[in-house]
Design a protein around this ligand. Structure first.
Ligand SMILES: [Mg+2]
Length: 227
C-alpha cells in the first residue's frame, strides 16, 4: 500500500454512532402498536424501507416515511396520536448528539498530516451536514461528499471527477457492501472495520469479498499500522 495518497472514511458507524439509534427507534415504533405481532410489523418495516430506497434514498426522513407506510398498511386504528408519535420518533433521532467512536480524533489527526482525507457518506443531505457540523471533524477533510449511493459506479464517478488514480485510494468503513467491496471493484483498497450493529440491507455474503486489496481491522487505531 506504499502508493496510497488518499484515504477515504465512511461516517455513520465508522466515525460516529448511528445504527443503534435506528434499532432503538424500531423498538419504540413496535411499542406504538402493542396489538400487532411485532415480528410481522418489523419485517414489513424492513421490506418497506428497502423498497423505498430507490425513491426516497437513505436516512431518517425516509425511515419516518417507511414507518408511516408500514403502520398504515398493518394497523386498523392508525389515529392522529399514533401518526404524531411516529413523526416525533424521527424528530428525536434528528436531534441526537453526535458521539464519536474511540480513536477517531487521534487517527484523523495523524493521517491528515500524511494523506488527503476524504469523507464519503450516504444518507440525507441536511442530516449528514448537521452531524458533520456537530462532530467538529470537517477540518480534517480535503474533500467531503454526501453520496446518494455507494456502488462501484459511484466511486468510479468520484475518482473520475476528482482526477484520482484508484490505485492510490484506500477507503475505510463499517459496511462491506457500501464502503469496502465497491471501492476494491473500482480499483482501490478497502479496509473493513466492523461495527457491532449492521443494518440487514448492508450485509453481504463472505464469498463476495474480493481477495486482493482487502483488509480488516477491529480497532480504528490499527489503520495507522496498515498505511
Ligand atoms: Mg457506515
Amino acid at each position: 500500500m506504499k502508493n496510497i495518497k488518499y484515504v477515504g472514511f465512511d461516517a455513520d458507524d465508522t466515525l460516529w454512532i448511528n445504527e443503534p439509534f435506528f434499532r432503538d427507534t424500531e423498538k419504540d415504533f413496535l411499542n406504538i402498536f402493542p396489538e400487532l405481532d411485532s415480528k410481522i410489523l418489523f419485517d414489513e418495516l424492513n421490506d418497506t424501507e428497502i423498497r423505498n430506497i430507490s425513491i426516497y434514498g437513505y436516512g431518517i426522513k425516509s425511515f419516518v416515511l417507511s414507518m408511516l407506510e408500514t403502520a398504515s398498511k398493518l394497523s386498523k386504528n392508525l389515529d392522529n396520536d399514533k401518526v404524531n408519535s411516529i413523526i416525533n420518533l424521527g424528530k428525536i433521532m434528528l436531534n441526537k448528539p453526535v458521539d464519536l467512536l474511540p480513536g477517531v480524533i487521534e487517527v484523523l489527526e495523524y493521517l491528515s498530516g500524511k494523506y488527503k482525507l476524504f469523507l464519503l457518506t450516504k444518507g440525507d443531505l441536511v442530516d449528514q451536514e448537521r452531524k458533520l457540523r456537530k462532530s467538529g471533524l470537517e477540518k480534517y477533510f480535503h474533500y467531503i461528499e454526501i453520496m446518494s449511493e455507494k456502488k462501484t459506479e459511484s466511486y468510479l464517478n468520484l475518482f473520475d471527477k476528482t482526477d484520482i488514480n484508484p490505485a492510490e485510494f484506500l477507503m475505510i468503513g463499517n459496511s462491506l457492501k457500501s464502503d469496502v467491496v465497491p471501492v476494491i471493484r473500482a480499483g482501490g483498497y478497502g479496509v473493513h472495520i466492523p461495527f457491532h450493529t449492521t443494518w440487514v440491507h448492508e450485509e453481504i455474503d463472505e464469498k463476495d469479498i474480493p481477495e486482493r486489496n482487502y483488509y480488516k481491522i477491529s480497532n480504528l487505531l490499527d489503520i495507522v499500522t496498515l498505511v
